[in-house]
Design a protein around this ligand. Structure first.
Ligand code: ATR
Length: 286
């Protein structure tokens, strides 16, 4: 689609993702297709920024007037020190994935959990707040998703984690936003499967290359459940495959990636992101 690319000129806004490594990032393709389709005079690139250049890179973003930046591994935590303001979404998670420039100030957000929940709502279940949710894991991804679910008004949120203390710490930190019940993750969660509507895996269990790994005993799943995995490499994890065999509706982590980008795009441009187009572009490259 090179023929459709808008000519760059002296008003073109530059957007970018920074990380180390960065060559595998799907964000440039995904954002450029969105910018082009809405005829925004902007272009999105990737910068390889090693850790010892991070502070300089943020100064460069400021100096050059770069319009918006995504931040990925390993900079999501450390970048917070170099920004002017940190939004609640990033404060709670302790990590920034999106920088927005507003009135000359650089503001750090985290759109991962919010993106996940938007994907779940748009693709699977509009009234997600009425669902009884079991979330597996208590790491950074779990934190963002639990925060977003509680912000959504979720009534029943249970976290199962291998290390119970870690889940309890997460529940304590998020208690201002709503209640979380904590259970151990043994072979299967120690709760009645009848009482669970959505199961969400937020751990990396099942991610390439250990694709046979599964975070819970699949015999515990029941057909009435929606089973969601934040992993999207592979697109169908062992958990998702087991859930499909059980008769569950399933949801992969691709939506989280697409919508974390869509929310960033909307904050930067003020335009509604073409999420379906963005998804197709990422799918094309998987
Ligand atoms: P991230 O920031 O990507 O969420 P993380 O902070 O390292 O990553 O968190 C990893 C999560 O996956 C944790 O909930 C971890 O469980 P523990 O808190 O008990 O360590 C979970 N996890 C990782 N490997 C696991 C495994 N083999 N079985 C069960 N849980 C696992």
């Amino acid at each position: 689609s090179v023929g459709n690319v808008r000519a760059l000129d002296s008003s073109t806004t530059l957007y970018a993702v920074i990380g180390d490594p960065i060559k595998h990032s799907k964000s440039p393709l995904m954002h450029n297709v969105a910018l082009q389709s809405l005829d925004v005079n902007g272009i999105y690139t990737a910068f390889h920024v090693p850790p010892d250049e991070l502070e300089q890179a943020i100064k460069g973003i400021r100096a050059l007037g770069i319009g918006g930046v995504n931040v990925t591994i390993p900079h999501k935590e450390r970048v917070m020190a170099y920004l002017d303001n940190i939004d609640e979404s990033a404060q709670v998670i302790g990590a920034v994935n999106t920088i927005v420039r507003r009135d000359g100030k650089l503001i750090g957000y985290n759109t991962d959990g919010l993106g996940y929940v938007r994907s779940l709502k748009e693709e699977m279940i509009p009234h997600v707040s009425a669902a009884r949710i079991l979330l597996i894991g208590a790491g950074g991804a779990a934190r963002g998703i639990a925060y977003a679910l509680l912000k959504e008004g979720c009534q029943e949120l249970i976290i199962a984690n291998r290390t119970v203390e870690r889940a309890q710490a997460l529940a304590d930190d998020l208690s201002p936003y709503g209640p979380i019940r904590v259970v151990p993750l043994l072979d299967a969660p120690v709760i009645d499967a009848e009482q669970v509507d959505i199961v969400i895996n937020t751990t990396s269990v099942g991610m390439h290359p250990d694709v046979a790994a599964i975070p819970l005993n699949p015999d515990w799943l029941q057909p009435h459940m929606i089973v969601s995995d934040i992993v999207y490499n592979p697109l169908e994890t062992a958990l998702v495959q087991a859930a499909q065999r059980t008769g569950c509706r399933t949801h992969s982590g691709l939506g989280m990636f697409v919508y974390q980008g869509a929310i960033a795009f909307e904050m930067w441009t003020g335009k509604q992101a073409p999420a379906e187009l963005m998804r197709q572009e990422v799918l094309r490259t998987l």
